[in-house]
Ligand binder design. Sequence first.
Ligand SMILES: [Zn+2]
Length: 318
Amino acid sequence: MEYYIGIDLGGTNIAAGLVNSELKVVDSVSCPTALPRPAAQVEADMAALCRTLVEKNGLTLADLAWVGIGTPGSVDPTIGFVGFNANFGYHNWYLGPDMEKLLGCKVYVENDANAAAYGEYAAGALKGASFAIMITLGTGVGAGIILDGKLYSGYNHSGGELGHMVIVKDGRPCMCGRRGCWEKYASARALAEDMQAVLRANPEDALWKKLDGNIEKVDARFVFDAVAQGSKTAKAILENYQEYVACGLTNLINIFQPEIVCVGGGVSKQGEILLAPIRSYVDREEYARTGEKRAQIVPAQLFNDAGIVGAALLGCQG
Ligand SMILES: [Zn+2]
């Protein structure tokens, strides 16, 4: 049995998992990312998590085939180099070579959304599809593109940031500097914020009873629960949200014509309640809608493990 470690380096937590050659997460550990702090300290914590994992499971670092890391930012995977990572404030970061020195084994680095997409391609919903896209609806909209069986990130490794495609000119301001980016309308956070705005404007709405006056309790899950309980307010918000998700997805399908698009993130656990209305919008608007070969829209399969399994599989790329 071969073993790998996959590390999901997030803005809040660093999660590391020991993954076996059957792609099972055998064990996982985590620690806070605790930003802001120097990159060397984050590297030391990642190395400590790896040592803990192998020791807990009766292995040594020498038993690992490799370690894979998914990180935010633009990544040149050929040299494990993070060009810029705005969330962390790290630039020109030789993450791969640094970690190889600390661990003494091969280390692969990739953008986190690309790593998750690769995980779905190697072992999840995108398996067997040479042209595929994964989008993750979370705090933002993450994305990974598989073209002809390979991750695509463009000439400078900053490509595939599909969440920053503008779908509303002069729309909501985004931290990337543009206005009207897809993720300002289609992320899980946008769904929650839209619900909060409507409730603030409607102090008499029955949904306030579930909140004890605390609007911060409204997250994406709250919206789905409210729809299930018959709230017309929540239903209207969800339908509007689904149109925004579908509008961007239709653009992507028209550009790439992938065989499969998989949708990840916590909201994708809602399955058909989320996806069925999105599919019918795409069916009405997609350019190739009369053709026989049509992109399928399906939920992601690896869910919470997507970051770890995707990172762990990075070394499998041919
Ligand atoms: Zn943006």
